[in-house]
Design a protein around this ligand. Structure first.
Ligand code: ATP
Ligand code: MG
Length: 317
């Protein structure tokens, strides 16, 4: 397939709260090409996890997908029946959820968790199948007989990756797959994720906070702010010439890309997702905001090759 493996348009997710709907994801769109590695970054609460949960149709009440389109290999994910959706998850698109290691069933040995996944997809694995999957993520076959609490954090994350690739999906969504691990293990686990993703020919969306790790892993990066994608582009372009004022502040706060650094805080607080004042969501923290920014919300516009920025004040007039 030469077109995108995943197409997302105008996707919005809102959570019902006592003070009204909170727009956690607010009209985002992007395409993911086969085998592409895309990163999603943005401060806590910007909507990264909500985005990937929505792609999997795993938003639970009080949340709901309120608008948008998601096409996976040309199929309309939001229109799939529950049964087709169940068959699609893991098989065509899988998620390593945030805090994945705590999502492993504590009372089942690892091998049984693979068996459950295969049974749910009518697959009858041969004896070596689980051992083969474990070996692909750098784990010995004996891990199949272990319970999650008998494994280190890094080993559990590797198990979660093995589950995510077990049915050779076309898209892997990995939500901070290494954040809970120490620095050395983070690098190793990410290298494993990258290797298996290439082996099975999947595309990946990686959510992360460590900018240096992200910069080395992904081809393209999307920057989220208050539920919007404010900048997307090739990772080298965005790091060399960040263009949205928010991206500039984020990347400007990094000492260098080789220094291991998570995002620095930037001054101010994000806007309320329930009040949603008119105009640009970044206006209250933006050093260059003008009158127009308080009235009109900027849509993403091209500012270079494959480089989109949602700001009235940058790029071509
Ligand atoms: N179940 C829920 N009910 C109400 N609001 C929610 C719920 N889950 C998430 N939110 C809100 O949606 C917004 C986006 O949250 P989300 O978890 O997607 O952010 P994130 O970018 O993944 O943050 P982090 O970097 O901390 O993981 C936040 O304002 C959050 O408070
Ligand atoms: Mg998250």
């Amino acid at each position: 397939m030469s077109g995108p493996v995943l197409e997302v348009a105008d996707l919005s997710v809102r959570y019902r709260t006592p003070v009204g709907p909170a727009y956690a994801v607010d009209g985002i769109g992007f395409n993911l090409m086969p085998r592409e590695r895309m990163g999603l970054v943005g401060e806590s609460g910007s909507g990264k996890s909500t985005t990937v949960l929505a792609l999997m149709r795993m938003i639970r009440p009080p949340g709901e997908i309120s608008a948008g389109h998601v096409r996976l290999e040309g199929r309309d994910v939001l229109a799939l029946s529950e049964e087709d959706l169940r068959r699609t998850r893991f098989a065509r698109m899988s998620l390593v959820p945030q805090g994945a290691m705590s999502s492993l069933n504590p009372v089942l040995p690892i091998g049984a968790q693979f068996a459950d996944l295969f049974a749910a997809h009518d697959i009858d694995p041969d004896d070596g199948h689980v051992a083969g999957l474990l070996s692909r993520v750098g784990l010995p076959p004996a891990v199949a007989a272990r319970f999650p609490h008998e494994l280190s954090g890094g080993m559990k994350q590797r198990v979660c990756i093995a589950l995510a690739i077990a049915l050779t999906p076309a898209v892997i969504l990995a939500d901070e797959p290494t954040s809970a691990l120490d620095v050395v293990v983070q690098k190793q686990v990410l290298a494993t994720l990258g290797r298996v993703q290439q082996d099975i020919g999947a595309a990946i969306i990686l959510i992360g906070h460590d900018m240096a790790l992200m910069a080395h892993f992904v081809d393209r990066i999307g920057v989220m702010y208050a539920g919007r994608l404010v900048e997307t582009g090739p990772v080298k372009t965005v790091f060399r010439s960040p263009t949205h004022p928010y991206t500039k502040l984020l990347i400007g706060a990094l000492p260098s890309l080789t220094a291991r650094r998570a995002f620095q805080g930037i001054p101010g607080v994000p806007p309320s997702l329930t009040e949603r004042p008119p105009g640009c969501p970044f206006q209250t923290r933006c050093p260059i905001a003008e009158a127009r920014c308080r009235i009109e919300a900027p849509a993403p516009r091209p500012v270079g090759s494959d480089h989109l920025v949602a700001c009235h004040l940058v790029g071509p007039a």
